[in-house]
Design a protein around this ligand. Structure first.
Ligand code: DC
Length: 225
């Protein structure tokens, strides 16, 4: 059985960078499942489809051909042969990803692909439903969170670094809106699995969070030499 680690949590909790850090330390794959929903959202936007039109979005899911490839251990997310990794981090795609991910027909297809990847290799998956739906038997499950204000502050600082001057108040508003959508959708809404360990990173450095998770993994799987 490959090693499987599940990390879930709301937007801006630091999941992606923490997951990258843990996966690098353990020398295992990191599957950013949000990137898959984002790639589909990009396809939906490009094709002029309304993300709120369930039947049309599910039809896109069949056509979009979302794929994941690893190059030197780093995930590349593709639509067919096109590498869209650099195009899926915009605000427009974020909002559309949140919208398209609420359709059951989309989720079942994404979950199928994610399970397939996790079955083949030691993998850490991060997302919203990994511990509650994708890998309910994962031996290590983490729910990573922080206060909305701290998450918005981190997101704001990240965006400023990239030259995006969206005001903090707007970042916080958009983050709260995405939380609402992700936590209240009908199918596998974002919530902590009963057997997940909750880590509140509000007052922790990224290194402290990585160390905490590594210790949990070692408790379950033993120390990797
Ligand atoms: O983690 P992220 O911000 O890249 O995710 C983008 C959107 O995709 C997010 O609003 C919710 C959705 N998502 C999901 O529903 N299930 C996942 N496992 C990962 C992401």
């Amino acid at each position: 059985m490959p090693m499987n680690i599940a990390i879930d949590g709301p937007v801006g909790a630091g999941k992606s960078s923490i997951a990258d850090g843990v996966a690098r330390r353990l020398n295992i794959l990191h599957l950013d499942t949000g990137a898959m929903y984002r790639a589909l959202a990009l396809y939906v936007l490009r094709s002029g489809t309304d993300p709120d039109d369930e039947a049309a979005v599910v039809a896109c899911c069949q056509k979009a051909d979302v794929r994941v490839r690893y190059v030197d251990g780093a995930q590349h997310t593709l639509l067919g042969e096109e590498d869209v990794s650099g195009l899926i981090r915009t605000g427009e795609v974020s909002a559309a990803a949140s919208a398209v991910s609420r359709w059951p027909g989309v989720r079942s297809e994404m979950v199928r692909m994610q399970r397939e990847i996790a079955r083949q290799a030691d993998t850490l998956l991060d997302g919203r439903d990994i511990g509650t739906a994708v890998l309910t038997d994962a031996p290590v499950k983490i729910y990573l969170t922080a206060t909305p204000e701290e998450r918005a502050r981190r997101r704001y600082l990240e965006q400023v670094k990239k030259g995006d001057m969206t005001p903090y108040e707007q970042v916080l508003r958009e983050l709260n809106a995405r939380d609402q959508q992700d936590m209240n959708r009908a199918v596998t809404p974002l919530r902590q699995a009963e057997d997940a360990v909750r880590i509140d990173s509000t007052n922790m450095t990224p290194d402290e969070v990585v160390e905490t998770i590594i210790r949990m993994v070692e408790d379950v799987y033993g120390r990797k030499s």
